[in-house]
Design a binder for this molecule. Structure first.
Ligand code: DC
Length: 220
């Protein structure tokens, strides 16, 4: 692999990885990889094509062949599958859960490795997910493990979803987050774990801006 700098940001859902990564990438002019979006897009593709979640062969084939594009028109982050905007569908909690189930399958993970590594381009890359610093870019120069308490992560997710749906329940969101954490941390392959050489940042009581500042300081 070429040695363009990579910053990996791993951690559980709702810790702020997405926002922090996008801001850091934009400040540095680096590329950005949202690896969770690949698993989420695969969940959307499976549902569109009626593929059963047990059908590893078809899912793995879809993982390799799916035509996924990440765009940023007018600063808005957008994901296109076969030229169709699936950003809203991907943002749903159910999609995250299906993505987490799909992601526990080692064959499917393997099928996505190359797609993820191709994002490493000059001048640099910010890659966020669960296994960026442990499996996909183990030699990354900068590694962060970003976490926050379950209560805070559920609260952030609740405020986000409430804008779309007035009937969301904080308790339900919290239990979904806990279930997803459990699955992501206990799977047999590439579980969510802090890399030995990653710096731990807990964002429970600090702002996204100060996490971004910390990242930039580490790199500079
Ligand atoms: O980051 P996210 O919430 O969009 O990710 C959705 C699911 O995808 C997450 O619960 C587990 C899986 N995932 C993964 O296994 N490995 C990654 N690098 C990124 C996401």
């Amino acid at each position: 692999m070429s040695d363009h700098p990579v910053l990996t940001i791993d951690g559980p859902g709702g810790a702020g990885k997405g926002t922090v990564s996008r801001l850091v990438a934009s400040k540095l002019g680096w590329h950005y990889l949202e690896s969770g979006a690949m698993y989420r897009a695969l969940a959307v593709a499976a549902s569109k094509h009626g593929i059963n979640l047990d059908d590893t062969a078809r899912l793995a084939e879809m993982a390799v062949s799916m035509n996924l594009r990440f765009e940023c028109p007018r600063g808005e982050h957008q994901v296109l599958l076969d030229d169709i905007d699936i950003t809203d569908e991907m943002g749903q909690e159910t999609c995250g859960n299906v993505a987490s189930i799909i992601a526990s399958n080692p064959v499917i993970r393997e099928a996505l490795v190359e797609k993820q590594r191709r994002f490493k381009q000059p001048p640099g890359l910010v890659a966020e997910g669960r296994d960026m610093g442990t499996v996909i870019f183990p030699d990354a120069k900068y590694k962060i493990f970003l976490t926050a308490s379950v209560e805070e992560r559920a609260r952030r997710r609740y405020l986000q979803l409430k804008q779309l749906d007035n009937n969301v329940s904080l308790d339900k969101i919290r239990s979904e987050i806990e279930e997803r954490d459990r699955r992501d941390m206990n799977r047999s392959v590439a579980p969510l774990v802090q890399a030995g050489d990653a710096l731990l940042i807990d964002s429970t009581d600090i702002s996204i801006e100060s996490v971004v500042d910390k990242c930039i300081r580490i790199i500079n």
